[in-house]
Design a protein around this ligand. Structure first.
Ligand SMILES: [Zn+2]
Length: 189
């Protein structure tokens, strides 16, 4: 609280973009690092639905990292991260991520908010693509979805992924003949 930059940023966020937009551009309003930190904090960490899902998943015996980066060096944070199973879970807020059922665009600065939410959705798709390309399973849920149902889906996927891990680690669990050298390889090599 003592950080004056953060305090000012909070005031700016509370005031919305209108005040700053009069004097300066949209880009500079959103690009102040302090403002961005506050906005990201507001929208992505420790929301009620997220905590409810976390508690339920924890109650089902699963352990995970909270608000962590699945890929080192890539600045994308998932709400729950299961490293061993390589599963990243996102609980997307209905407002910030543009839920088709509940997102109601604010009437003031409609253009600003539309491009903001669009940007978030583009970023979400890009994050999903990055993680998938790195071999991760990505689960996205809306914050309006029932936490117990969401937790059940997550636990199902983790169990299936962990079972696959066991199979590939323990040779006796191999399915098929993965280890057989390919004939094509021996012919060409
Ligand atoms: Zn919703």
């Amino acid at each position: 609280m003592s950080d004056p930059t953060i305090q000012q940023a909070k005031t700016e966020v509370a005031a919305g973009p209108a005040r700053s937009l009069r004097a300066t551009s949209l880009k500079s309003w959103a690009s102040s690092p302090a403002v961005r930190r506050v906005m990201q904090g507001n929208r992505s960490r420790d929301t009620k639905p997220e905590i409810a899902v976390r508690c339920a998943v924890h109650g089902m015996g699963m352990r995970y990292r909270v608000s962590a980066r699945p890929l080192p060096g890539v600045r994308r944070t998932a709400d729950l991260v299961f490293r061993r199973a390589k599963v990243a879970v996102f609980i997307d807020g209905c407002f910030w991520h543009g839920c088709p059922k509940h997102h109601a665009p604010p009437k003031t600065n409609a253009g600003y908010w539309a491009s903001k939410i669009d940007g978030n959705r583009v970023r979400d798709r890009h994050t999903t693509a990055l993680l998938k390309a790195a071999g991760w399973t990505v689960l996205r849920f809306w914050s309006h979805e029932d936490p117990l149902w969401v937790a059940g889906r997550i636990v199902d996927v983790i169990r299936r992924r962990n079972a696959l891990c066991c199979r590939s680690i323990g040779r006796k669990y191999f399915i098929g003949k993965i280890d057989q050298p390919s004939r094509h390889r021996s012919l060409s090599g």
